[in-house]
Design a binder for this molecule. Structure first.
Ligand code: URA
Length: 243
């Protein structure tokens, strides 16, 4: 890849600043000063040093975002703002996409990556990655709701949902609950509650596997995950239990 592209993608400097650093002799490729931003380099095999610091090139990126309500989790949308449009440099030019969807009116943990295989493992129902949500619904919740979630549901339309966890945190005119799903069908939680005669008025994803959304990440905020955190997503999943 181009040297200036590598330097900007790793967040070391903008492409323009990279050109300046190269001109000033501050960029070394395998110990030799680079000549131009258009020089082709292989970050996997070559040592690249910018202003005395070695560039660490990651083949893939994994981000957590605190998706705000009103933002869609698809990559393209002509009408609504997308989660991808909330990203600044260098993440806005890395081809990141969401690993799993959250409804426009839902908030919370949205995973973004450029690693298709990892995203597939997160999304695929057969992998049984647990997703945890905080939910507020109109109306009372009781043990019959917990049992119905635990048994799994088949709707009149024939759509079926696997057994899910429902923990009632408070029950009243509006009730609070924590829901755990290991699949992510369209509007799943809203449809499961609707089948119980209740309307979801607030939905927030708080965890995927053992990875919890940072409490101090503001709406629209995001940060990179460590490799350990990217792996934590699979704690409790089918592959984690069999390996
Ligand atoms: N269930 C829903 O209804 N919506 C979401 O965004 C996620 C789970």
């Amino acid at each position: 890849m181009r040297l200036d592209k590598l330097i900007s993608e790793t967040g070391t400097a903008s492409r323009r600043d990279a050109a300046r650093l190269i001109k000033s002799g501050l960029v070394l490729v395998d110990g030799m000063p680079a000549r131009s931003g258009s020089d082709k380099v292989d970050p996997q095999t070559q040592q690249i040093i910018v202003s005395g610091t070695r560039i660490e090139y990651k083949t893939h990126r994994y981000l957590m975002m605190n998706k705000p309500a009103g933002v869609v989790s698809s990559t393209d949308d002509h009408r609504d703002k997308t989660a991808i449009e909330l990203l600044g440099p260098p993440y806005d030019s890395l081809g990141l996409f969401p690993a799993g969807r959250l409804d426009k009116d839902a908030e919370g943990l949205l995973l973004l990556t450029d690693d298709g295989a990892w995203a597939h493992r997160v999304i695929s129902p057969s992998k049984h990655v647990w997703k945890t949500y905080d939910v507020r619904v109109d109306g009372l919740l009781d043990h019959a709701d917990v049992d119905a979630f635990a048994a799994g549901m088949t709707l009149k339309s024939g759509v079926s949902f696997k057994p899910a966890g429902l923990e009632i945190l408070s029950s009243g005119a509006q009730s609070l609950a924590r829901v755990k799903l290991r699949e992510g069908k369209y509007h799943q939680i809203k449809r499961m509650f609707a089948a119980r005669g209740k309307t979801v008025v607030y939905l927030r994803r708080v965890a995927v596997g053992a990875l919890r959304l940072d409490d101090d990440l503001p709406p629209g905020g995001y940060r990179e995950l460590t490799q350990q955190e990217a792996d934590a997503v699979f704690v409790g999943s089918a592959e984690h239990l069999t390996t």
